[in-house]
Design a protein around this ligand. Sequence first.
Ligand code: URA
Length: 267
Amino acid sequence: MSAEAVLEWYIAAGVDEICGDKPWTEIEKTTPRIIPAASVVVPPKPVEPVRQATTELAQATVTARQNANDICASVSTLEELRKAVEDFDGCALKLTAAHTVFGDGNPHARVVFVGEAPGADEDRIGIPFVGRSGHLLDKMLAAVNIDRTKCYICNILPWRPPGNRTPLDSEIAVCLPFLKKQIDLINPDYIFTLGGSAANALLDIAESISRLRGRWLDYTKSDGSTAKVLASFHPAYLLRTPGQKAKSWADLLRLAREMGIVGEQNA
Ligand code: URA
């Protein structure tokens, strides 16, 4: 290489200052190589690829949700819907899940209980609320004369998020049509949500569960009729925070009284 070519190469690499009279190729032979800061070529920030990936992800979510909506429009029974959800490939959670956990219980129930997402036990067995949270839920329901033959139990997501992580907004957006269709097909008068995510996703709001619970809310079904909604704590939270069980109990009694299942004297 001629001296001129080496100089041109330095300039192209961003070198704009001379730090010594030896080229760095010589210095390197004797001392550890220290590259002057000015000679480090900093690649431009990859703003565009990230933006493009985000846009693609958003587009994939919109497409998958549209597919979910189309599927929901094409089915008219819970069994058809179950099969369609099992065959659906628009949510990556399915790739890590062992089972699709569809709703369970009475398809003509007056009340639907909605949780967040299957946990490890539900994923293994394929039925919602069969683990520790489910046992607590069953006990609470039994205390107001409700069992799975009298209600329907389902989740916002039919697949377990890996490690029970919080569901992503995009996962909720894609799977929500399946929950709403289940509610349409069952046509309940009452919905009891378990935990803040279920209430927020179903009602399309962003409120803490402590602000939501204790009052009736409305959910509008696709035929325009409404179901009365009570938002309460998630059984997993009650297992961690038993001091809140009394409030959940009050919520459940309120539901049972409104449904005429227990009278004032039981409350
Ligand atoms: N937690 C949920 O929200 N749903 C289940 O099915 C189990 C645990």
